[in-house]
Design a protein around this ligand. Sequence first.
Ligand SMILES: [Zn+2]
Length: 309
Amino acid sequence: MRIFILIGLAFSGLLAFGQQKQVCFTFDDLPIVSYGIKDTVYQKKLVEKLVSSLNENKVPAIGFVNEGGLYVNDTIDLFKIRLLKTWANAGLDLGNHTFSHPDYNSTSFKEYSLDILKGETITKEILKKQGKPLTYFRHPFLHAGNSKLKADSLTEFLVSRGYKVAPVTIDNDDYLFALAYKRSSDKKDTRLKLQIGRDYVDYMERKLTYYENQANRLFGRPINQILLLHASSLNSDFTESLISMFKKNNYTFINMNKAIEDPVFKTNITVYGKWGISWLDRWALSQGKKGDFFKDEPTTPDYIVNLAK
Ligand SMILES: [Zn+2]
């Protein structure tokens, strides 16, 4: 009897080890990517649907805030603050994504670091009420410094302020799909919207497979994946489908603290460029991988690129 239990345990352990994979969902550009739609009913619905998709599926996501988006003509917009609180009150985490979303490739370290400080005030307060510290920083455009000097100055600054960097492993063009989705919404083309949504989830699944393979090729095992998304209408409507797609691929959902426990995130990055790429790509380039290593990366469909123009 005992031996059967042992075999059973070993087998289930093997299954869990071999198949169970983990992902952290992250959303940039909070409070909202609205493409200029000022209608507060629309904005409220967008955020509530996004947050409830995450909550109902127990996905412990993190949203990265541009506090510049909480002001209208230098005055705090209480409605936008409520949008942020919707995230925090649902138990989701928040991080700093700078105040005004500057591009570190074309901004001095001094200016950039001031923008980070300016961008932490309100988020810190909101998190404090939840008994949480503000811990994570996400670089706009994933631009982390195009020279060793610039990258190191920023890393040192972030450490001194108690920040941890929130890396991205599954980089993608969700913003292009989101823009195409918005354009089809403007045209009231429901069929096109649905097609974009379906193609989006399919594209994300191909991206997931691609980055899983890249992780296996670099590290010989599955790693904790970190997915980059934006707080757009597309993701409000399709986060539920994305979650199902990840579940189908044997994923469970973890928060950022848990995600970066994977020792893979201590891998050295020794190359610098203007790029805003996945950390997997940075590690691959640092290991001297060239063109061919990246050849299977899925591309965004032409019709999406054209609609997003
Ligand atoms: Zn951003």
